[in-house]
Ligand binder design. Structure first.
Ligand SMILES: NC(=O)c1ccc[n+]([C@@H]2O[C@H](COP(=O)([O-])OP(=O)(O)OC[C@H]3O[C@@H](n4cnc5c(N)ncnc54)[C@H](O)[C@@H]3O)[C@@H](O)[C@H]2O)c1
Length: 360
């Protein structure tokens, strides 16, 4: 292949140090798609992280995403108190690709073969662009997959648990800001009303919060109307004066400009990788905006997948572990305040302490 313009180095694309245990990059024999399975760490146990099937300009962008996301999963799983390491798989779809059902099936079988070749170092689950039904296809090639449809004996999709964890984090953030866990009457702005944001909006409306919501998908306005929420366009949603801004769409939403323009006291949401740059944590701090680190807030899904998949799992115990995310968020706020560090640094310290406690 002839490159018409210089391609950025992988190092520049990834933007974080390479500290990964194993990375498999393979072209699927059936699908012809480039599949990356990145095992960042197995120090706490088998690496768990979802399988993303998404469009990227270059396959190297997909590799970079897998490297970043797998490192983030190590932090997330450690901070969540799980005995699991961090990993992620990414299937690169060239821009403009729309797979048929048969092609998706081929991609999942290829993914299953790639995962199987890692001898149990990594367990996959659904993520952006995949779902429980596709995980059942992966299962045809490997046992190292969770979150299968409930109709085939699996634990299903984790969005409900993720939303419950975000709700607990919202309450913890309100408590830190106002000294009260009361949701009623608080003005909360939710950007992204998908699987998680939709459930969260419904729960918060049920608790009497005043909601302003937004989504790039205008069809979601029906849900907003049914909840009595105000609707604003995505371009201005971060400008709305409110108590909390709750990002539940895609990552990278907290750019320097957005942080500079926010008109809230706290940010706490489901979206992964909310900070466009790590410096965003310092900028939020300097503006006096309390940020609940995303990888802690949205860990309900992975807690559910890990614990509900165990034989004889007790749903009440799983729910209590998800609810406890709120306590972890409170601890992070306290640590950050007492040590004069950002909430991001406090959350990273929490995860690092668990990782450091495990000697090899
Ligand atoms: N589903 C889970 O269990 C889970 C677990 C952990 C993290 N997350 C993260 O939470 C976020 C939401 O996940 P989901 O499962 O609800 O996804 P989803 O695809 O069901 O919903 C995302 C919603 O955000 C909207 N959206 C996209 N771009 C937007 C933008 N720029 N502004 C406003 N809205 C936008 C989409 O139209 C969609 O309605 C993602 O970042 C995901 O990675 C989800």
């Amino acid at each position: 292949m002839t490159l018409t313009q210089p391609s950025p180095s992988l190092d520049a694309l990834v933007g974080i140090p390479f500290t990964h245990e194993r990375v498999l990059i393979t072209t699927g024999i059936r699908s012809g798609l480039v599949i990356t399975v990145a095992v960042h760490s197995t120090r706490l146990g088998q690496a768990l992280g979802g399988a993303r099937m998404w469009q990227y300009e270059n396959w190297t962008d997909a590799v970079a995403d897998a490297l970043r996301l797998s490192a983030a999963m190590t932090l997330k799983n450690a901070a969540a108190g799980l005995n699991l390491g961090g990993g992620k798989s990414v299937i690169h779809l060239p821009l403009g690709t729309a797979l048929t059902e048969a092609e998706k099936r081929d991609a999942m079988l290829d993914l299953g073969d790639a995962i199987e070749s890692l001898d149990g170092a990594y367990m996959t689950a659904e993520d952006v662009g995949t779902n429980a039904e596709l995980m059942a296809v992966v299962k045809e090639r490997t046992d190292h997959v969770c979150g299968l449809p409930q109709s085939s004996g699996g634990v299903g999709e984790p969005a409900e648990a993720t939303a419950a964890g975000v709700y607990a984090s919202v309450v913890a953030t309100l408590e830190a800001l106002f000294g009260s866990r009361e949701v009623q009457g608080r003005h909360i702005v939710i950007s992204g009303l998908g699987q998680v944001g939709g459930r969260l909006a419904t729960a918060l409306a049920g608790s009497g919060a005043r909601l302003t919501v937004s989504d790039v998908n205008l069809a979601r306005r029906d849900l907003a109307d049914s909840l009595g929420a105000s609707w604003v366009s995505v371009d201005v949603v971060h400008l709305v004066p409110a108590d909390l801004f709750v990002p539940c769409g895609l990552g990278g939403v907290l750019t320097a400009r957005v942080i500079g323009e926010l008109n809230v006291l706290g940010v706490v949401g489901a979206a992964n990788n909310q900070l466009a740059q790590p410096e965003g944590a310092t900028q939020l701090d300097a503006r006096g905006i309390l940020w609940a680190p995303d990888f802690v807030v949205n860990s309900g899904g992975v807690i559910y997948l890990a614990l509900a998949s165990e034989p004889g799992a007790d749903p009440a115990v799983v729910a209590a572990r998800v609810e406890a995310i709120g306590d972890t968020v409170s601890t992070i706020f306290t640590d950050a305040r007492e040590q004069g560090i950002t909430t991001l640094a406090a959350a990273e310290h929490l995860a690092a302490a668990r990782l450091d406690a495990v000697r090899r």
